[in-house]
Design a protein around this ligand. Structure first.
Ligand SMILES: NC(=O)c1ccc[n+]([C@@H]2O[C@H](COP(=O)([O-])OP(=O)(O)OC[C@H]3O[C@@H](n4cnc5c(N)ncnc54)[C@H](O)[C@@H]3O)[C@@H](O)[C@H]2O)c1
Length: 448
């Protein structure tokens, strides 16, 4: 026992010194919206970084110095590769070279809206196959409390190595907000929970030089729960303002004006904004990870379910407002030309995952509208899990705008000049308050 403790201690000390000297090799698994900026951040702070992805196309593009994420400019990737501190690979055998392995793979829902942990399990098996004593494994993917220790740890221990004795394990939730110009990986504090004190200390030491603020918590479950709290908080509050939007709209009150007034209260109020429904990889999905695990403990998550219900109903609400607005012009939905502006799930990003734009387009098409879309960041609609609609982005020429019976603002990208759009359009249904303050001219603007 004494010998084992001594071994764990010396392994930890060795890794700690490599981290302090910034010679510890960091392996980032999953080079997507989260993993790629993280890899860049570690390399920028002097760590040698290896990026692993199963998508050979992404790996080849990175090694050529190209970017495949809209808000990450190619110059940043060129610099990263030119620094000599970053290399991308599809070769799992290179896991052995890593001192710290950070897992940023997807955590979606299955068709039955249950956690799909297959990506974490798959990565866990690859880590297991090449695990060596002294490595630190950190899970960053968003998931329910218990995943790191109850799901990942047993897979890693199939290697014969024991967690806390031979290798170290931690969870640190990703808080990436793609497209946010004020906050990037570097200046977002990082919560860190370890399997044991040594794991937590090593994970904290690893992140401390690269992010502004590490927040150690008592264990991996608290860190996992923290991420779920953050995302559930957003989902529930967005549902609340979406519900208020419907109520106030029926009463002829502008919800955005109400929120602007309410946010002048200097305490006890944080503004959230209504919209066409939730999108992205996180907010519409993560709360249901908690719902699923809560059921195993006999607890029903009513707030989460209700928020999901309200938010999922929003695209339908938008389509009803479009139908009403067309009706005011004496036009049926059937046969009307309706163009959706913005199909990315949020402003200024090229990520369409779970975007409510797909539901809006499909519902309008089912009613017979001649639908089209424009998104300066998404030239063609990619194949989506639940949607079959395939279109190419239309150029917003004055002729095209004038030919539309209705334009529906789903995503208020900065690239849109709404004044110019309103100059040519007949009708705009605005789900984002993007047209606030513009002179509508002859264009009718309806909020939804
Ligand atoms: N996108 C966000 O804004 C955001 C924010 C916070 C947290 N998260 C969480 O971070 C995690 C990753 O999300 P993302 O948006 O970066 O996803 P993503 O789809 O952009 O990237 C995931 C990457 O992992 C790769 N991959 C899949 N299986 C793999 C495997 N077995 N081995 C190696 N690579 C594999 C994919 O090819 C892809 O490049 C998720 O759990 C998500 O919930 C995302």
């Amino acid at each position: 026992m004494t010998l084992q403790l001594a071994t764990a201690e010396s392994l930890a000390q060795e890794l700690q010194s490599r981290i302090e000297a910034r010679t510890a090799r960091v392996l980032v698994v999953g080079l997507g919206y989260v993993g790629l900026p993280l890899a860049e951040t570690f390399a920028a702070q002097g760590y040698p970084v290896l990026g692993f992805d199963i998508d050979a196309d992404k790996v080849n593009r990175l090694n050529r110095g190209e970017s495949y994420i809209g808000h990450i400019c190619p110059e940043r990737i060129e610099e990263l590769v030119a620094s000599g501190r970053f290399e991308a690979t599809t070769d799992p055998a290179r896991f052995r070279e890593a001192d710290a392995i950070i897992i940023c793979v997807p955590t979606p829902l299955t068709e039955a809206r249950e956690p799909d942990l297959s990506y974490i399990e798959g990565t866990g098996r690859t880590v297991r196959d090449f695990l060596r004593p002294g490595q630190l494994v950190v899970l960053e993917s968003t998931t329910y409390p218990g995943t790191t220790e109850d799901l990942l740890r047993p897979i890693l221990e199939e290697s014969g190595l024991v967690c806390g004795r031979d290798f170290f394990l931690a969870y640190s939730p990703e808080r990436e907000d793609p497209g946010n110009r004020d906050f990037a990986t570097r200046n977002i504090p990082k919560v860190v929970g370890g399997f044991d004190a040594a794991s937590r200390a090593l994970a904290a030491a690893l992140y401390e030089p690269v992010v502004e603020g590490v927040v150690p918590v008592s264990g991996t479950r608290v860190a996992e729960a923290c991420k779920i709290l953050e995302n559930t908080y957003r989902a529930v509050n967005i549902a609340l303002v979406n519900e208020l939007k419907c109520v106030f709209d029926a009463m002829g009150i502008d919800v955005w004006e109400v929120i602007e007034a309410a946010r002048t209260k200097p305490f006890g109020f944080q503004p959230f904004y209504p919209g066409p429904g939730l999108g992205g990889h996180c907010i519409p999905i993560d709360p249901f990870y908690l719902t699923w695990v809560a059921r195993k403990y006999g607890v029903h998550t009513r707030f989460i379910e209700l928020a999901g219900e309200v938010n999922t109903a929003m695209p339908h609400y938008v389509v009803e407002r479009v139908a009403e607005a067309l009706n005011e012009d004496g036009k049926p939905v059937k046969g009307s030309r309706v163009c959706v502006l913005g199909v990315a799930y949020k402003k200024d990003v090229d990520d369409p995952r779970e975007s409510p734009a797909f539901a809006v387009l499909e519902m309008l098409r089912r009613r017979g509208a001649r639908v089209s879309y424009n998104d300066p960041h998404i030239p063609a609609l990619p194949a989506m899990r639940h949607h079959t609609i395939r279109l190419q982005s239309e150029a917003l020429t004055p002729e095209f705008l004038a030919a539309q019976d209705c334009l529906v603002v789903v995503t208020d990208h900065s690239a849109y000049d709404f004044e110019e759009i309103a100059r040519h359009a007949a009708l705009i249904v605005d789900t984002r308050n993007a047209t606030a303050g513009i002179a509508p001219g002859r264009c009718r603007i309806r909020k939804a």
